[in-house]
Unconditional design. Structure first.
Length: 791
């Protein structure tokens, strides 16, 4: 919460209590009344105080008659204001009555054909925060919260540690915290039971508010808990010394869905930096991988003297040089802290607003976050709630292409916060939002973001500037999700007609910008949802004149809509709609679109495509031909340094059982990644599960037959005796080259991407083909970016 802004109960809840670090509803069998433990950190940060508060579980219901016959002494209810679908609030004094009533009402509604009659908030902690108006972390900076990082190292009798195998022990537990403390527990003389007990004692002694780890949900915590059970050690790491509650859940990151077991630790939050990395890459699409070491190198977090040990070498290193493994484990914890600090701060500031715990805020999508703000205020005002409307969105962002080829210079002009600006200035509001929270929240968040950005820009450097940046970014995350919320099928306040109105208004505004540019003799090359790429008119040279040109355009835009100067580029390679490359004046090349450099392409292919684009931008035809010949030779002579250069990595989007059933039912063909995952089930290695990534290559000498029959796991490749299929990878190279056919006349294309140059390569007469396309009178609305996918 910004100290320069007055307290806003709509955003931050109607209880302004500060420095709450956790809340935990307590299921007390001996008490007939529900209560919650509230943990508050002292102002000096050195201690945490526990207080108890009353708690009343609740749900909304469409018709109170659905509880007819249920013991009236076990609940209270209130008819709410308004005539929206969920018209009654039902409240209980304990969880036992709550669950009995919910099951009773659901059974009654099913029999009465009243599906969806209940609106429930599954998280007890979230229910308490909604009804109390409290939130976590108000009045705190990110570094006021005590964060602990945890990483384990295990030895294995197989290819990968298995917690169910007695001999596959945890040998080290590395921990650090946000205050500079570090410790690695374990050693050759430690028993595993002693190590586990000391881990529990250390967590209790350090008493963190947050426990962080990389892949901690799917590896570290499940492994520790299984080994604790094996040794009879109580994993009592809660602030009340209780064991964590586990529950199965899933999270979605773009096209990737991951099933996992989450933990609820009384008085503490859990942050998995692996999930934060996935969320980051769902937007940026730029990470080389998701492992801790890869990501740390990408962000520049790896210490200069970082110790590295291959996973397959851990057991051997532990026997031969345990001190090396201890240093390695300690570095893992340090990198986890740096990664969490970099990726968590925005979620931390969001948690100050949201009626949900920090760990939950890190796991759920934007729609859940926005809806929680709505439900909290409707609950406070005792107003009825709507239900989701059926339907679909028919309009989308305006994307079109008017040129393919290579040209420049380029200016990228975008409408600043296009959809939020439209929603604020065109009175966009869901029809069922009786309290008009949609525009009110959007306006207040926008004002707060602008204020935070102004404060940030006034700061030179330092922690305050970083904190303000994280704060404004937290507002931005929510602001940019309001449009998707309108078109999300499961959102209570969705409104497809209003979502369409936003999209159509955006199309009209972009058409106006195109008209203004062309009227001044600029050449528009592409329109991409919220901006246009164009060649400026003759006589407009340099950044200053380009900015002045856009300021002139702004004079003709509606109030509240402003064209921003998003960048200038030396050259552009335009390939397809939403697929292009831009060369900056310093030589750096930015690429947009999966048609050019898809993640499905093997790394060598992505590298080749990027190089080809670079040479196209330079219009260096001889170098294009040489690059093709060089890659051909590389493949034919197996000049790979590592299998990762040519292995393909795919995510298992379905469970193996579902895959087998779909293949059996004829719903899908057999897949290399799934077949290899099934094959591993018969080995001692860690099995693949839904959400895991499988890396494989194609072996053999022939390029005939299904790929899955010749697929091998990447770890099986031997550089001393390479068996990768050169014929297959040569075909893959030619498939990649075919992407560039539109840029040349057919004979010229065949000349460039061919090994037949017996008399030498002659580039004479070969030119890049530039094509102009007429602008459609009716802009094509793209629904490629379905808002529901973001939630």
């Amino acid at each position: 919460m910004s100290t320069s802004q007055p307290y806003d109960p709509l955003l931050y809840g109607h209880d302004a209590s500060e420095r709450i670090v956790a809340v935990h509803p307590v299921a007390d069998k001996n008490s007939k009344k529900g209560h919650v433990h509230v943990f508050t950190r002292s102002k000096d940060g050195l201690s945490v105080k526990l207080t108890e508060a009353p708690f009343y579980p609740f749900f909304f219901i469409s018709n109170i008659r659905l509880l007819t016959g249920f013991d009236r002494r076990r609940y209270r209810y209130q008819e709410l204001k308004g005539k929206l679908f969920h018209r009654f609030l039902v409240v209980f004094t304990n969880w036992h009555d709550y669950w009995d009533a919910q099951r009773y009402a659901e059974k009654a509604s099913s029999g009465a054909g009243s599906g969806g009659a209940l609106y429930t908030v599954p998280s007890p902690a979230q229910q308490y925060l909604m009804q109390s108006g409290k939130t976590c972390f108000k009045g705190m900076a990110f570094d006021d919260v005590h964060r602990l990082q945890l990483d384990i190292e295990c030895i294995s009798s197989g290819d990968f540690p298995n917690a169910d195998r007695k001999e596959d022990k945890i040998v080290l537990v590395a921990m650090s915290d946000s205050r500079g403390w570090r410790e690695v527990l374990g050693g050759p003389d430690w028993s595993e039971a002693e190590l586990l007990q000391r881990t529990v004692e250390t967590i209790q002694r350090i008493d963190p508010d947050v426990i962080e780890g990389h892949n901690i949900f799917k590896f570290d915590f499940p492994y520790i808990m299984r080994r604790c059970a094996m040794h009879g050690v109580i994993f009592g790491i809660g602030r009340d010394r209780s064991e964590p509650r586990t529950f199965s859940t899933s999270s979605r990151f773009a096209e990737r869905s991951i099933d996992y077991t989450a933990l609820d630790i009384p008085g503490r939050h859990v942050i998995d930096t692996y999930f934060q990395v996935l969320a980051y890459d769902a937007i940026k699409r730029d990470l080389p991988g998701y492992g801790l070491k890869e990501v740390s190198r990408y962000f520049g977090f790896a210490p200069a003297d970082r110790t590295y040990v291959e996973g397959s070498e851990i057991t051997r290193i532990w026997k031969e040089d345990p001190d090396l493994l201890i240093r390695y484990a300690g570095d893992d914890a340090i990198e986890t802290e740096r990664l969490a600090r970099h990726l968590s701060e925005s979620t931390f500031y969001l948690t100050q607003m949201l009626p949900m715990p920090y760990g939950q805020a890190a796991r759920v999508g934007p729609a859940s976050k926005i809806e929680s703000l709505f439900v909290r205020e409707y609950l406070r005002k005792r107003h009825s709630l709507p239900r989701s409307e059926w339907g679909t969105q028919t309009q989308g962002g305006y994307t079109d292409i008017f040129f393919t080829g290579v040209t420049g210079p380029i200016v990228y002009a975008d409408v600043e916060s296009l959809y939020p600006s439209i929603m604020l200035n065109y009175n966009i509001k869901p029809d069922r939002d009786a309290l008009a929270l949609f525009p009110a929240l959007l306006k207040r968040l926008t004002d707060l973001r602008l204020a935070a950005k102004a404060q940030m820009n006034a700061e030179e450097t330092g922690e305050l500037k970083s904190a303000l940046d994280a704060r404004q970014n937290s507002y931005k995350i929510v602001i940019n999700s309001f449009y998707g919320f309108l078109g999300f099928s499961q959102a209570l306040f969705n409104d497809y007609s209003e979502a369409d109105r936003v999209a159509v208004t955006g199309q009209d505004l972009l058409n106006s910008i195109i008209d203004l540019v062309e009227l001044r003799h600029g050449k528009v090359l592409e329109v991409d949802t919220d901006g246009v790429l164009f060649v400026p008119p003759d006589g407009i040279e340099g950044e200053q004149q380009e900015r002045a040109f856009l300021e002139d355009l702004n004079e003709h835009m509606p109030e509240g809509i402003r064209i921003g100067y998003d960048g200038r580029y030396r050259r552009m390679m335009s390939y397809k709609k939403k697929n292009y490359a831009l060369e900056e004046y310093d030589g750096h090349v930015k690429m947009k679109g999966s048609s050019l450099v898809s993640r499905a392409i093997e790394p060598f292919g992505r590298k080749f495509v990027r190089k080809t684009i670079r040479l196209l931008l330079d219009e260096d035809i001889p170098a294009l031909h040489n690059a093709y010949l060089s890659m051909r030779e590389h493949i034919m002579e197996h000049k790979w340094e590592h299998v990762s250069e040519f292995a393909r990595t795919e995510t298992l989007k379905d469970s193996l059982n579902k895959y087998k059933k779909d293949v059996s039912d004829g719903k899908r063909t057999r897949s290399a990644s799934y077949e290899l995952a099934l094959k591993r089930l018969s080995t001692s290695q860690k099995p693949f599960r839904k959400g895991d990534r499988v890396s494989y290559y194609i072996a053999g000498a022939s390029d005939s037959g299904p790929a899955f029959l010749s697929a091998r796991l990447a770890e099986e490749w031997d550089p001393k005796s390479p068996d990768d299929n050169a014929a297959f990878y040569l075909r893959r190279l030619d498939e990649l080259c075919s992407k560039f056919e539109p840029f040349f006349e057919p004979p010229h294309f065949r000349t460039i991407f061919s090994s037949e140059d017996l008399f030498g390569f002659n580039p004479t007469g070969i030119q890049i083909r530039n094509l102009d396309f007429p602008r459609s009178l009716i802009p094509p609305a793209s629904l490629d970016d379905d808002p529901s996918e973001e939630f």
